[in-house]
Design a protein around this ligand. Sequence first.
Ligand code: DGJ
Length: 731
Amino acid sequence: MTNLISYDGEQQVFHLKNQQISYLLAVEDFDLVSHLYFGKAVENYHGQRKYPRVDRGFSGNLAGVEDRRYSQDTLLREYSMAGEGDYRTPAAKIVQADGSYALNFKFTGFEMFPGKPNLIGLPQAYVEADSEAETLVITSFDEVSQLELANYYTIYQDRPVIARSTQLRNLSNHSAVINKLASLQLDFAAEEFSVISLPGAHNKERQVQKEAIGYGIKKFGSRRGSTSHHMNNFIALEKGAADEFQGEVFGFNLVYSGNHSFEIERDQIDQLRLVAGINEEDFAWELNAGETFQTPEVLMVYSDQGLNKMSQAYHDLLTNRVARGKYRNAERSILVNNWEATYFDFTEEKLLPIVDAAAEVGIEMFVLDDGWYGQRDADNSSLGDWVVDKRKFPKGLNHFADYVHKKGLQFGLWMEPEMISIDSDLYREHPDYLMAYPGRTPAPSRSQHLLDLGRKEVRDNVFHQLSAIFDEGHVDYVKWDMNRSLSEVFSQQLAPSNQGEAFHRYILGLYELLENLVTTYPDILWEGCSGGGGRFDSGILHYMPQSWTSDNTDAVERLKIQYGTSLVYPPSAFTSHVSDIPNHQTGRKVSLETRGNAAMSSTFGYELDLTKLTKAEKQAVAEQVSLYKDIRQTVQFGQFARLKNPFTSNECVWQFIAQDKKEVLVMAFKILNQGQEPFSLLKLTGLDPQKNYQAANGEIYGGDELMNLGFYLPQQTEDFSSWLYRFKLVD
Ligand code: DGJ
């Protein structure tokens, strides 16, 4: 037993604690479960933070309790229900057979055990040994409805991380309808907070937004059926004047890929409530007698040293305890993808010289993007028909894959298995597989429609089609794309009253399909994609260890996108490519060096026609490829820190320290050149102040010098300059 959780029976207080964090909750009089504290570790709790009793006007009291000072409406709670006298944003709303939904969950018991339970059918953080973590389950029961609530808390031994989720069990003889069941509720005592979120758009994912929290309810979320480009399923709460390097920060990341919401409410006495989980809009789940509903989990991280420390905790956790499979800790291949080189206009013959050129410059994988199957000459046909187009590959796909392999490269293949085109054999054969409202023409987006992955026969069809390709054994990598938001979400297998389940059942179906595929084909490296980063989340990461960050390949725009992405997700998990100029999304012309440095800041590749490069450019690409091979262990698996913020300055700088600490890399970018440009001082972080570091020019500096004095970045002479610094630890 690791002793991470203790229970003080006298005070009725639970304390989850490791070297870095403490989380405290209590059973109050009359068996309400209250929240006491989440933050920096404390050794012991002596009861000094017991919630004060005050009679608050218009705040509900407990049924059958005379004490008007015992208010549900202000008490810091662990989990509260709609319909009771707590008028703040509820964590759950469950409608019973008689139409009522006020529930009074009372604490009934708890369990503590080593390890972390498996959330069946859902992606999640895991442990490799039970000694890594300990779990607390708090059970509450509502007598009238016979519903049982279980709140799960897993604290890791060596991480500032707690995973939380919720289970609801129906022990009655009737069904109940879950209109909302959050993964977590977290109440904070009155202190000044601001919130950081990651809004965006297609080609503009995960922009960093920071706002003060005033009165009222603020909701961040997605109703698109996927995580979305528009609002990632992550927020951070910053206390007071926190920044990248200092102050208290609380991170919350939902391990899920569908509709989500993060609601924040500042209440009448300045306390804060956060409720996070599946978005209650478009959600209604019938829980029949004897059934249990399990929510996805939220990974909570606490940092007492600003956002960088929070991100480092997420990077380590997501890399090592959310991602799985043989590529989890493996260096990822440098690839060239033909999308921006050819779009749909290619044949085997046209691609061969690109493969040759890739081999010449040392690239390790060729990825065949959209357009190789059915009769796909544009984006309006063939989705669902995963059979090679013989017009483009007269000798079949394997013939081309063999050529790629013979050149010493791996072969990667793009697919979009969740979709169906009206102009497809699949639709002609199974029109009912397409998700649509009965009697209405379904609305297209990018001329395509969704398959109802909630249905087993649909998933089986996809699995068999893909297996037929993978069983041939030629595919080393798959790019799994998903190019529209969900609409008209209606499942033919569900009764009219159960249509509120369709969104979540789609995601559960997707997870089941992915689980079957990644476990049946463990040698394939899977890359997630959704028109770039439209479904970029830790749920997908559980199946696919990397994802395409954005369709926007402009190096300058990418700085912001990658900066925002790095708040939660590790550089190994997001992919970046050097593309052509003028850039296809923005028309901007950026030097090959800066395009290279931006893309080399994460999992790296190219997306241009290599045959069109000049001799000098080809040489420069070969040098980038060779440099990246040298630094990729540090980039992909080192400790990452953001030094300068492109959202608030004309610069963007980040840094990587190798796992063995022997190398430090700094990538620095200046965006626009300006008259009388101020000098920019760069200070590194996380080095050993007692040790020396040698720069590429042979100069030796102390770690303390590099961190405390820093050095000036060069003046730039043109827009979009960048510099890559390498320091070696001197033993
Ligand atoms: C969207 C992806 O993000 C692109 O990289 C490309 O694969 C296209 N889809 C192909 O349709």
